[in-house]
Write a protein of this length. Structure first.
Lengths: 507, 298
């Protein structure tokens, strides 16, 4: 006797992002097991991420190198013009379209781990083991710090620098990992006299020994991040009187460039994943808010594997926090529009984009560093290449894990992706031997006003909506549904997935 | 030899003898006068000589002799005076010492007195800084933390104050030693002063006695001198009278008696015959200078 089809509708599938931590069967369908090259768009849908396009057209200065490793945009106070600095190929560079070598004369660079900060009409370039360099708006050139007029003291060859509270704070030296130095007020090139100073926090670490990785300013606090602990100083606007207000044990930062200030929070990468410090400050004794809780094991694996320089960025326009692992070629994207109930962020993962560095300029544009210069995060291609967007649900039991299911039909509502070849895939019982059905999304014809084809005008909303529907096959106790689509210049979002399954016998 | 010659000789000899007698008497009178005055001087010299005397009282005794005076305190006061002098010497010695060492000693004592509380405050500050995570703070403005700077400043101020207090104390002690020494020194001579007062009180009585003796001697000497002068005058008068007497006698002998020959001439003529006016041979009449020399006259 024929049985009734069981219908499962997943509206805004993957809205909660990836979840590889919870039991797949019990996981809500709004979590995805894979959301590759996806973002959560403004409508709460899983959509394809943007790609990048090159701004730089003349990268002769970094020819033969490994691309750009740092980007920083400085807006001149005098006339508002922009100067974009970058580093790469063992050079300090300026320019966007054409990269110009601005390295000071007789200054040899053999490492690429610069930290660029700004203070009082000067831009400072720090790297461990190197004398800092300074761009002065007055001279318009990059000089070694010792050559800057008015410089005093020994230029600190620090790896971490922070421009905050009207002065520069630096730390993480070759042999000294526990002392923070600060410059004279508003003079980042004066490291002796005035109100300059230092503090050795070797005896402040809660576990007795740690090393400074990063510095941050938040909520009028100076946040000192060790590798395994975090110390928060209050009153740092006068460093001579600043005092510890909180010490967080077992939560530190493992990557200097993973620290991003969102305004409300400080996000950083710890050994446990991405953490939110702002919440720690607010809640003081509350449990740590683990932003990457839903992908914890995955991200910690990438952390363990990583040998390169981890970079990150926070974009207010895109409302995400990106952290990239160059060794694995993986970038995690954490949606910052809103947090889930457990305090984690909706997470997706990117590949192939492989940015070497990030920078959000004053206009909100996301710059990335690639092999041939500065790129802009805007188009739906990685340079000229396409990339694959993948979404897979968690295994679904349709409410009854003990009953055999026969997936009969899969229907989707896809926004955009004009002309993209899309594979609808399904598999049973936690296996990855997906069966697939290819479907070419409608290329649509977006009407151009006052243009008619064969005297017939076509009008549309401007958004291509495709509703592919395929007949599925096979059976199993749980089913995984997915979609892969090659992104080539067009955005794509999954609005809805409907699955019709036939319930079979009990186990 | 004629009688005249003989008379001449006798006349001249009589005059010479008379003259010698006058000289001798005058010389004897002077000698007697000198002897009398010498005796008188000897007599009154002993009379007017200072008579030693001694004043004795509770503080001791003072003896005044022609060779000088001497005071002797009583043994108790002498011992007390010695003790006071010794003590004052010690005080003066102390006051004369440089105060640097004493100032340092006092300062060290003040430092030692404040060290415990200072240590407690330092530990408290160190604990506070450590709790605030500021133990390793180094600033160009303050060296360390502002609290450490303030502590060090307060410490140095206290040290400076202690040093000043030490020096002031040492100076006060020096002044005190000087004052005590002066007091002791002054008091050491109080017995002597008391004895001097005692001597001064008793001295007028001895002076009166001496003065009476001296006055008596002076009066006696003056009376004796006047007596001697009177005697000298009498002797001189007698001598002059005798000279006159002898000259008269001599003139009488030489005066001519009836034939133009003096009595002596006649006498001698009778004895020796001859003239009277010729000078015997070999006889030389002495010159006036020789006569004066013989009479010891100028």
């Amino acid at each position: 006797m024929a049985q009734q089809l069981q219908s499962v509708s997943i509206a805004a599938p993957g809205f909660f992002g990836m979840n590889t931590q919870d039991s797949p069967v019990e996981s809500p369908p709004r979590f995805a097991s894979i959301a590759l090259n996806c973002v959560i768009d403004q409508y709460g849908r899983v959509g394809a991420r943007k790609g990048y396009s090159y701004i730089t057209t003349n990268a002769t200065a970094i020819s033969g190198g490994n691309g750009l490793t740092t980007i920083y945009e400085y807006i001149k106070k005098s006339d508002g013009t922009k100067v974009v600095f970058s580093t790469g190929n063992n050079k300090l560079l300026t320019g966007t379209v054409t990269l110009v070598d601005a390295t000071p004369a007789s200054y040899t660079i053999t490492a690429e781990d610069w930290k660029i900060v700004e203070l009082n009409e000067k831009v400072y370039f720090f790297q461990r083991g190197y004398e800092p360099c300074v761009y002065s708006e007055g001279t318009g050139t990059i000089q070694k710090m010792s050559a800057v007029s008015g410089s005093a003291g020994t230029p600190p060859q620090a790896n971490e620098a922070l421009g905050a509270f009207g002065r520069l704070f630096v730390a993480d030296f070759t042999t000294d990992k526990h002392t923070i130095y600060w410059s004279d007020l508003l003079q980042g090139h004066k490291w002796t006299g005035g109100s300059s100073g230092s503090i050795d926090i070797n005896k402040v670490w809660p576990r007795g020994a740690d090393e400074i990785v990063a510095l941050a300013q938040h909520n009028n606090f100076l946040v000192i991040m060790g590798r395994r602990s975090t110390i928060i100083y209050g009153g740092a606007n006068d460093p001579s009187t600043m005092a510890v207000t909180d010490i967080i044990d077992n939560v530190g930062c493992i990557a200097r460039d993973s620290v991003q200030n969102t305004g409300a929070d400080i996000l950083f990468l710890s050994e446990h994943g991405v953490q939110s410090l702002g919440r720690l400050i607010q809640e003081k004794s509350a449990i740590l808010k683990d932003i990457s809780r839903n992908v914890r094991n995955d991200i910690t694996n990438y952390i363990t594997l990583e040998t390169g320089i981890i970079k990150s960025v926070y974009s207010t326009v895109e409302a995400f926090y990106l952290v990239t692992f160059p060794y694995s070629g993986i970038t995690y994207c954490f949606d910052m529009r809103g947090m889930l109930e457990d305090g984690s962020a909706r997470t997706t993962i990117w590949n192939k984009i492989e940015p070497q560095c990030f920078h959000v300029n004053k206009a909100g544009n996301l710059y990335m560093g690639h092999a041939n210069g500065i790129t802009l995060f805007d188009e739906y291609n990685d340079g000229t290449a396409t990339y694959s967007m993948e979404y897979f649900s968690n295994p679904m039991s349709f409410g009854n894990a003990t009953t055999l299911k026969f997936v009969k039909k899969i229907a989707m509502t896809i926004i955009g992706g004009a002309g993209a070849i899309t594979n609808l895939q399904w598999a049973y019982d936690y296996l990855f031997n997906y069966r697939s059905s290819a479907y070419t999304l409608s290329s649509g014809s977006i009407a151009e006003y006052n243009v008619a084809e064969f005297n017939v005008g076509e009008y549309s909303t401007g958004v291509v909506i495709t509703r592919p529907s395929i007949n599925a096959s096979g059976s199993g106790f749980v089913a995984t549904i997915g979609i892969t689509s090659e992104i080539d210049g067009a955005a794509l979002s999954i609005q809805q997935i409907d699955v019709l399954a036939l319930m079979g016998r009990l186990v | 030899m004629t009688l005249d010659q003989l008379l001449g000789i006798t006349n001249m000899g009589g005059a010479a003898a008379l003259s010698n007698l006058g000289i001798k008497e005058a010389r004897d009178a002077g000698t007697a006068q000198q002897t009398a005055l010498t005796d008188m001087a000897n007599k009154y010299q002993s009379d007017i000589q200072f008579k030693p005397y001694t004043v004795t009282g509770a503080t001791g005794s003072s003896t005044f002799a022609p060779g000088g005076g001497a005071s002797t305190l009583s043994p108790q006061l002498q011992a007390m005076m010695q003790q006071l002098l010794t003590s004052s010497g010690g005080m003066f010695s102390g006051a004369a010492q440089p105060i640097d060492q004493r100032a340092m000693d006092v300062t060290a004592q003040l430092e030692a007195a404040s060290a415990p509380s200072r240590q407690r405050e330092y530990l408290s500050m160190e604990q506070r800084l450590f709790n605030q995570g500021r133990g390793g703070l180094q600033t160009a403005q303050y060296g360390g933390a502002p609290e450490q700077f303030a502590f060090a400043k307060a410490l140095e101020e206290q040290r400076a104050q202690n040093a000043l207090m030490g020096r002031t104390q040492a100076m006060n002690e020096q002044t005190q030693q000087l004052n005590i020494g002066q007091g002791l020194f002054n008091n050491a001579f109080v017995p002597q002063q008391q004895m001097n007062m005692q001597t001064q009180v008793n001295t007028p009585f001895a002076e009166l006695i001496n003065r009476a003796q001296q006055q008596g001697a002076v009066t006696g000497g003056e009376l004796a001198g006047q007596g001697t002068q009177a005697r000298i005058a009498g002797e001189t008068q007698a001598n002059n009278l005798r000279q006159v007497q002898l000259q008269g006698l001599l003139d009488a002998l030489n005066a001519p008696a009836g034939g133009g020959t003096s009595f002596l001439g006649s006498l001698l003529g009778k004895l020796f015959g001859g003239g009277t006016s010729s000078t015997p041979a070999g006889f030389v009449t002495p010159t006036a200078a020789q006569q004066n020399a013989a009479l010891n006259l100028p």
